[in-house]
Design a protein around this ligand. Structure first.
Ligand code: ATP
Length: 382
């Protein structure tokens, strides 16, 4: 087992496509780290550099304590699981899983005729290992089937089995669930988490799906345009995004952004969007920014129907008035599309609500969970 580190990594394709810029990131031994970001942000490139499938333009990549920039992929002791499974179509499941193990033993020379007893022992050992992972992933029934005779979910489990059976130091996974339907994705997500707990192998998982990042990662690293934006535990990123990009990327439905100004009035620091003003804590750094253009960030789940029970209580400071444009029922809650003057925003409201489309209603904002961003730099002011 081993940790992985990027030290000042740059990756430039051709003359000027900067896929990854000055990436510094340490993934701890046994950690499940998710690299997440929109298409083209450089996450796959970062993963492929660990695998040795891309060369870093500058900087160091470490697996354990060793610099691996010049180590060929096959000697890095990593296993990669891809979106498209990459199974051998002409081999059955058993042989697909066995393939990597056999190659390794062949290279070691132990399978020569002169060592018949040794070869038999290896065969039994490989057989035991395959049966063990097949049990673990519930694919024992399919060991003699060809990949084309399996469903997408079963194929992905075979791809995982093939990776696991090698007991690598590090697992690399590139959007491994994106070909599965929604239900199977949720199920396989849980399976991967369970496997990681069971095996404790350092795992680096690439996805563009923030829900996967939130639910699977012990930590998540959010990238944009080749630059790491923030790396922390999912709850911490959710509660304290460092900038407007991360704030908008993590959370669903996404955070509402409302153009506002800071107004300092005596001891009060307010965020004023014209239609309503919300107070910030007295010691908020915005108190030195009277008149500054900012963006107020409120998550849909931080807005509550005033007439419903919630842990947030109505005060003179936290009630706002808004017109309900559309109420979208999701079964367990409503997504309410609201507007206050020129500002459109979304709230998620419990199903017991009496509010109706077309009505102007009162809502409470959880003041402890509002965010303020510099309108120019988009950095969080906190
Ligand atoms: P996606 O989620 O779409 O796979 P990603 O975040 O994984 O995106 P990368 O595949 O790492 O992004 O690509 C990062 C940037 O590098 C993109 O601008 C992409 O166009 C560019 N890029 C990737 N591979 C190459 C290549 N072989 N040659 C030139 N440019 C490339």
């Amino acid at each position: 087992m081993a940790g992985v580190a990027f030290k000042a990594i740059d990756k430039v394709y051709g003359k000027d496509v900067k896929a990854v810029s000055n990436l510094n990131l340490e993934i701890k031994d046994k950690e499940f780290m998710v690299l997440v970001g929109p298409s083209g942000c450089g996450k796959t490139t970062a993963l492929r550099m660990i695998a040795g499938l891309e060369e870093a333009t500058s900087g160091d990549i470490l697996i354990g304590d060793s610099r691996v920039n010049d180590v060929p992929p096959k000697d890095r002791d990593i296993a990669m699981v891809f979106q498209n499974y990459a199974l051998y179509p002409h081999m059955d499941v058993y042989d697909n899983i066995a393939f990597g193990l056999r190659i390794r033993e062949l290279k070691s020379g132990a399978w020569q005729l002169a060592h018949l007893a040794e070869a038999k022992k290896i065969k039994v050992d490989i057989d035991n290992r395959i049966n063990e992972v097949a049990r673990m992933l519930d694919i024992e029934k399919y060991l003699r089937r060809k990949p084309k005779e399996l469903s997408g979910g079963q194929r992905q489990r075979v791809a995982l089995a093939r990776a696991i059976v090698r007991k690598p130091k590090v697992f690399l996974m590139d959007e491994p669930l994106s070909n599965l339907d929604a239900k199977l994705r949720v199920q396989t997500r849980a399976e991967l988490i369970r496997l990681h707990r069971q095996l404790g192998i350092t795992t680096i998982y690439v996805t563009h799906d923030q829900v996967e990042a939130m639910t699977m990662g012990q930590r998540m690293a959010i990238m944009k345009d080749g630059v790491l934006q923030q790396c922390d535990e999912p709850e911490k990123v959710y509660a304290n995004p460092v900038n407007k990009f991360v704030a908008g990327f993590i959370g669903s439905p996404p955070m509402n952004f409302i153009p506002s100004k800071i107004v300092v009035d005596g001891g009060n620091v307010l965020v004023d969007c014209g239609e309503f003003k919300l107070p910030l804590p007295e010691d908020h750094p915005a108190k030195a920014m009277n008149g500054k253009d900012v963006v107020l960030g409120i998550r849909p789940e931080s807005i509550f129907d005033r007439n419903m029970e919630s842990h947030v209580k109505a005060t003179v400071n936290n009630v706002i008035s808004a017109k309900v444009d559309v109420l979208e029922p999701l079964g367990h809650e409503y997504v309410a599309y609201l507007n206050a003057g020129p500002h459109n925003f979304i709230a998620t409201i419990d199903t017991g609500t009496k509010i109706q489309e077309g009505q102007t209603a009162q809502f409470m904002v959880n003041l402890e969970a509002i965010h303020v961003f510099d309108a120019e730099t988009e950095e969080a002011i906190r």
